[in-house]
Design a protein around this ligand. Structure first.
Ligand code: IFM
Length: 481
């Protein structure tokens, strides 16, 4: 595809438009801690992380970055970086300990304090209702494989809309339903750790349905004309060899179009039914469901980290399985047993994910081409690298050149996409601070702010300083090269 500027995406001096929303993101279970305080019930991630062998080193989110107790300090930190927005998620089990029933006032109060603290500092609240911490009680009734969970989610969305519907700028229903469904119910790498392809596909549909029901419920109760949104981790696919196009088609259906179709076109792609007919008959889609799911979106959230290379397995050579997700035995790809995920050329981040800023430009442009009237927001982009906290003359510091370079190259990609006509509203860097990286526990650091997990002290890394400069000037700064 044609691009202009440096081939390596290391541009500088690019000017972002006025109104472009520079922010940063976290998620409740990854940063809050306070797992048993103020009436919070257990989530599937509490159960999973406390199950031996599920998470690296036995790490849990019990304390995490202690954001719950350090809220004011963290709000001041956001202000000091000049963030325009903070994308956070609400822990459903803080609001409804068992996923049903009346709101827990202490849980609601925490998010009121968070939202009010953001507004007082001139920072837009971007609230995600679900970033994977399903109340365990709902999982005990079947979780996302159970249709009732979608209706419980809509009730919870209504509660939050009633509480914060005069103040939140953007409501995002779900973060990365691909992960909730396929890693949670297919591969078992994520909570609840199930390995059942049919349940994973049922979860896909019930998550889509939950989105539609929640947007409908929110619209009925909010009063400040917010944006409605969902965040997807769409896969940027490349095919290898002759079988590449067929492999891309299958994975595109399973990873991307199974969400984009009902959300934006009002229909599931027919090929996904055909490809997965050996797994499920999709009888869980009831008449009227796709109409419920198909809600106008003010902004589509896009999370991007790297690309995916696929081909159809020849059945002879050793099967490749480098899809970038923790391999725990089960498959996150129901019905796609013959697809191989190939190792890609580096460089790589500490997650082993290839660094490919062109993929972000490609993703944004292709979404724009398919949905020309759909505004987009990058709701996550960032990188894990090994960081070293050093003592400098001015105090502690982290010289994370690789992360700064990664961000610079991806902001370049975003800018190039905008120059090609993409309506990109903003960019939320993942993550504001180091946090619990799911199955990898605290072994991977994505933050632009370092967290010392003993003292819980925060130290802005060099990438945070670089980002603050970008935000202050609206111009992509050069890196130290
Ligand atoms: O940390 C996660 C986040 O919770 C969801 N998107 C990907 C990030 C990095 O793996």
């Amino acid at each position: 595809m044609g691009t202009q500027g440096n081939a390596d995406y290391r541009d500088s001096g690019l000017v972002f438009p006025d109104g472009f929303i520079f922010g940063s993101a976290t998620a409740s279970y990854q940063v809050e801690g306070a797992a048993q305080e103020d009436g919070r019930g257990p989530s599937i991630w509490d159960t999973f992380s406390h199950t031996p062998g599920k998470v690296w080193n036995g790490d849990t989110g019990d304390i995490a970055a202690d954001h719950y107790h350090r809220l004011d300090e963290d709000l001041d930190l956001m202000k000091s970086l000049g963030l325009h927005s903070y994308r956070f998620s609400i822990a459903w089990p803080r609001i409804q300990a068992n996923g049903r029933g009346p709101a827990n006032p202490a849980g609601v109060a925490f998010y009121e304090r968070l939202v009010d603290g953001l507004l007082a500092r001139g920072i837009r609240p971007i609230a995600t209702l679900y970033h994977w911490d399903l109340p365990q009680a709902l999982e005990d009734e079947g979780g996302w494989a159970n249709r009732d969970t979608a209706y419980a989610f809509a009730d919870y969305a209504r509660i939050m809309g009633e509480a914060l519907g005069d103040r939140v700028d953007t409501w995002t229903t779900l973060n990365e339903p691909w992960c909730s469904a396929y890693l949670g119910y297919g591969s078992g790498a994520h909570a609840p750790g199930r390995t059942d392809g049919a349940a994973a596909l049922a979860a896909v549909h019930h998550l889509n349905l939950a989105h539609g029901l929640a947007v409908t419920a929110l619209r009925e109760v909010v009063s400040n004309d917010p944006d409605f949104s969902i965040t997807l981790n769409l896969h940027v696919l490349r095919g290898e060899g002759e079988s590449g196009p067929e492999a891309v088609r299958q994975i595109d259906a399973l990873a991307n179009r199974v969400f984009l179709g009902p959300l934006l076109d009002g229909a599931y792609p027919a090929d996904v039914f055909n490809d997965t007919r050996g797994v499920t008959d999709w009888a869980f889609i009831l008449p009227g469901d796709t109409e419920i799911i198909h809600q106008p979106l003010d902004v589509l959230g896009v999370n991007y980290y790297s690309t995916t290379l696929v081909r159809v397995w020849d059945g002879v050579s050793e099967r490749q399985n480098s899809d970038g997700h923790k391999d725990v035995g089960g498959s996150p790809w129901p019905g796609a047993d013959r697809i191989e995920f190939m190792q890609q050329p580096g460089p790589y981040t500490e997650m082993g994910w290839n660094i490919e800023p062109a993929g972000l430009e490609e993703l944004l442009v292709s979404l724009h081409e398919s949905y020309p009237n759909q505004p987009l927001m990058i709701t996550e982009n960032g990188a894990a690298f090994v960081d070293e906290l050093v003592q400098g003359l001015d105090g502690p510091a982290v010289h994370d050149e690789e992360r700064t370079d990664y961000l610079r190259r991806h902001f370049t990609a975003a800018h190039r996409a905008m120059a090609r006509g993409v309506d990109l509203r903003g960019y939320q860097v993942w993550s504001l601070m180091d946090n619990f990286e799911w199955g990898y526990g605290y072994s991977k650091r994505f933050g632009i702010v370092h967290v010392d997990y003993d003292s819980l002290a925060r130290t802005p890394k060099d990438s945070a300083k670089w980002y603050a400069e970008l935000i202050a000037n609206g111009v992509l700064p050069p890196a130290n090269d």
